[in-house]
Ligand binder design. Structure first.
Ligand code: 4AD
Ligand code: MG
Length: 461
């Protein structure tokens, strides 16, 4: 079978030839002696028009087909210089691979994203989701390319783990224990010693701690895998299962970390604009007018930089505009992040040096003893898409901080070893893959950039 993508790529080679294509009916109409089918084959954003005639022996049967039917079509590809599309097929034969029933939920009209969310197994057949998921695939590839071109080693960190990398307690527990007859310790706690791993385990919230161990062996590494968070936040940018990219670089500080992040975002934007022009044009027209102009600008200008302390000063002046008022020490909410990046900077901005008390235990303490070498990258329309930091590489400072937070050092023995045996300056960050896809497509809801979203109260398919 020839694909529609191949036809567009090498039009000259196929015009005037008899070819065979396979795909699904997007729309079909007929008059007495002939009919038209708009065929989509999933390989390219454009569709292909098929003209068929009553000289075909199954003309009547074909004319009765419903939208969604799967067909194999043989015919001549003819140029159509006056039509919207450059060519069409004059069918010689149409083989019905699988007819679609009349109650097919995807009809020719535009469906709302809310409705399409209820049929996540069928929505990839629509224009919008064809564009979203092809671009999602390309972004993943571009991210790998960015790191591989720079000799980073891709590390597969485990999904089942015994630690809470972020210390936020937002974990899905993993257990094989029978909930009906859970074994309890004499103190009345669940006895995880009886469980599969002989201890309590959970799905990973981040691959960072494991990633750091490989950075201390390979220097530059990255992870790219699923992460899980049981955050009870029902927002347009939180999913319970999402993918994260976590590079970790040795002999590097926070500045190097930010340069790596900025370079990556720009590389990925350029890659997608070059490799999915039809899809990006579609988003620009139907999803987010101004997307292309914005991304082009981002690609060609420097990101902003502001310290947390400066950001709070800027935000405090606008406290009347916020639901949550900020002061030094407050965690930034989405409304504050968006205000900074949309109203003040109007471009991506790194916020650095947050108070240690609102960040994770592993971040490097700054000389002021109050802030840590952390950075969040905020972008218009979303807020935080990247969180990163230089890591505390000093054994004494790290263990002191763990004691302050009441973390059990035995649980982090492997992590502390990195500070015992040849500790080196290092830094890294985590890019939320879905948020990156939202940013590049203009899609407003994380549920619409994940093939099968998992959010609070929703785990279908
Ligand atoms: O800021 P976070 O929590 O940072 C970490 O996990 C670090 N270990 C990263 C590192 O330094 N290696 O998460 C990183 C990013 C966020 O900026 C956000 O884009 C995304 O992960 N993220 C989520 N995306 C979707 N749904 C959620 N529930 C998310 N939680 C975080
Ligand atoms: Mg964060």
């Amino acid at each position: 079978l020839i694909t529609i993508r191949e036809l567009y790529r090498e039009k000259e080679k196929f015009i005037g030839k008899e070819i065979t294509v396979g795909g699904w009916v997007r729309s079909i109409r007929d008059s007495k002696a002939f009919g038209f089918i708009v065929l989509h084959d999933g390989t390219y954003f454009e569709t292909l028009q098929i003209v068929y005639h009553d000289t075909m022996e199954n003309f009547a049967e074909v004319s009765k087909l419903n939208v969604g039917s799967a067909l194999i079509i043989k015919g001549e590809l003819v140029a159509t210089p006056d039509a919207k599309q450059p060519f069409e097929i004059q069918a010689v034969s149409i083989e019905i691979e699988g007819a679609s029933q009349a109650d097919y939920p995807l009809q020719k009209k535009r469906h709302s994203l809310e409705f399409l969310r209820t049929i996540s197994h069928l929505r990839p057949r629509t224009n919008t989701f064809q564009a979203v998921f092809r671009v999602r695939s390309l972004i993943a590839y571009a991210i790998h390319k960015y790191f591989q071109d720079r000799d980073f080693v891709y590390v597969h960190t485990p999904l089942i783990t015994g630690s809470d990398a972020e210390g936020a307690g937002e974990m899905f527990q993993v257990t094989t224990l029978d909930l009906e007859k859970i074994p309890f310790t004499p103190e009345g706690k669940v006895d995880f010693k009886e469980d599969f791993f002989g201890k309590a385990t959970n799905l990973t919230v981040s691959g960072q701690l494991n990633g750091e161990t490989y950075a201390m062996a390979f220097r530059n590494i990255y992870t790219f895998g699923p992460t899980f968070r049981a955050e009870n936040s029902n927002t347009t940018r939180h999913a319970a299962e999402f993918w994260m990219i976590e590079p970790e670089i040795a002999f590097a500080d926070l500045k190097d970390d930010m340069a790596l992040a900025e370079g990556m975002i720009k590389f990925v934007i350029r890659y997608v604009l070059e490799n999915a022009p039809e899809e990006m044009k579609f988003f620009n027209e139907f999803v987010d007018k101004g997307l292309l102009e914005r991304l082009t600008h981002v690609m060609n200008s420097d990101f902003g930089h502001v310290t947390y302390t400066e950001a709070i000063e800027l935000l405090e002046k606008n406290n009347d505009k916020f639901e949550y008022k900020v002061s030094w020490g407050s965690d930034l909410q989405t409304e504050h992040e968006r205000y900074l990046t949309e109203e003040i900077y109007k471009k991506p901005v790194f916020v650095t040096d947050y108070p240690k008390d609102i960040k994770a235990f592993y971040m490097k303490l700054n000389e002021d003893n109050k802030t840590v070498a952390a950075m969040d990258l905020l972008v218009p329309g979303i807020g935080e898409i990247i969180g990163g930091s230089q890591r505390e590489d000093d054994y004494d400072k790290l263990t002191a901080r763990m004691d302050e937070l009441g973390l059990k050092k035995e649980d982090y023995d492997f992590y502390l070893d990195l500070r015992r045996y040849g500790s080196a300056r290092h830094a890294g960050f985590g890019l939320g893959f879905e948020r990156c896809v939202m940013y590049l497509t203009g899609m407003g809801n994380i549920r619409d950039v994940v093939p099968f979203p998992r959010t609070v109260n929703n785990c279908e398919l």
